[in-house]
Design a protein around this ligand. Sequence first.
Ligand SMILES: C[S@@+](CC[C@H](N)C(=O)[O-])C[C@H]1O[C@@H](n2cnc3c(N)ncnc32)[C@H](O)[C@@H]1O
Length: 391
Amino acid sequence: MSPLQLQLLGLVRFHTGIRPSVQAPGTHTPALCEEVVKKLVAPNPGGVYVDGTFGRGGHTRAMLAAMSPSGSLHAFDMDPEAIAAGKELMKADSRFTIHHAPFSSMKAVLKPLGVRISAVLFDLGISSPQFDDAGRGFRPEADGPLDLRFDQSKGITAWDFLMTASREEIIRVISEYGETSDLTASQRIADVICLARAKDALPKRTREFAALVAQGKGPEYQAMHPAKLTFQALRIHLNGEFDEMRKGISAAFGLLGEGGRIGLISWKHSECAIIMDIFRSLEAVRDKEPLLKWYRSLPEAEQLPERWSMEMDDITRPSEKELQTNSRSRSALLHVLRKRRMPRLADLESLVYALPAWCNVTQPATSSTPPKKRRRAEMEAAVNLIFQIIS
Ligand SMILES: C[S@@+](CC[C@H](N)C(=O)[O-])C[C@H]1O[C@@H](n2cnc3c(N)ncnc32)[C@H](O)[C@@H]1O
């Protein structure tokens, strides 16, 4: 992009507060690309890598460029258009293989190859070409079929789901995957859907369906289309995104060797919550862990058992420079997990919580005055008493 273009974008942002995207339609600008390469590939350029979400291959290409000739990369995607792009890349680079399969199947696909994986990347969610293509039905603002599947040859469309699901199921999907605590809004949206289908008038097109959702929901306080989160919820449900995430991360963890890394680019709070939940169950004990220090101070402390665990790096966010050229990356976060042979924090916690000495720690203080202040007050009272006696 020319300096003039950058200046113009800066002006738009200054006057409107909006970060304009400068992405050409049909293309996908990978988020946090430099950071992905630095954190996942740079430590071992000759390794075997996995890109679980190929999309248009932006991250894959950057990773291949940083890899040595002895390295190799396997990519997965569910979308036939992504697979077509991947097959083109396979012709151009013999180190690369594309698999038309969900990333949850990576263990079944890669285990027979007997390779030790250095790092796995998951760039979660939807690619820009998928989002921009009205024919896929992902956008409430565009006119297209109410479909919302990553792979249109499998499963059922959003319209089919809404025609056959119970009102309770529709409410659950909208509130659980639409990241809303506004249960009333979810109920109202489900109600207008049920009312429409009872009259055999549930819209088959996205724009009309979005208008129906907006009608049911009423005023929207966030700066976005009122149907945006309903579309997101339907997409997550139809593509089993959260279940895939859990299975995919677990498969990746199983394939990695000591020090192997999982990079996850998340886009919303619910994805972060799943990552943290998985991490918590495998979290390695940090050296500075207060509970570990306390446990080690006990005479009966034993060596903790070592198991496959995870460490997590600090989260990486897009730089201001990246945001200037790719506004869509504004909510992207890069989480990097490292597989380690170390004691798990969950094991330490179970051990500590069963100790009689732990009960003393968790006992509430008998007075509202903190122990240190209490001791000081007692000392002062004693000194005063001595002075009174001797004077
Ligand atoms: C955010 S895009 C990835 C973009 C990619 N990093 C790039 O640079 O072009 C997410 C991609 O993952 C795919 N996808 C989503 N869930 C998947 C799953 N469970 N298994 C395989 N691919 C999946 C989508 O079809 C989409 O192409």
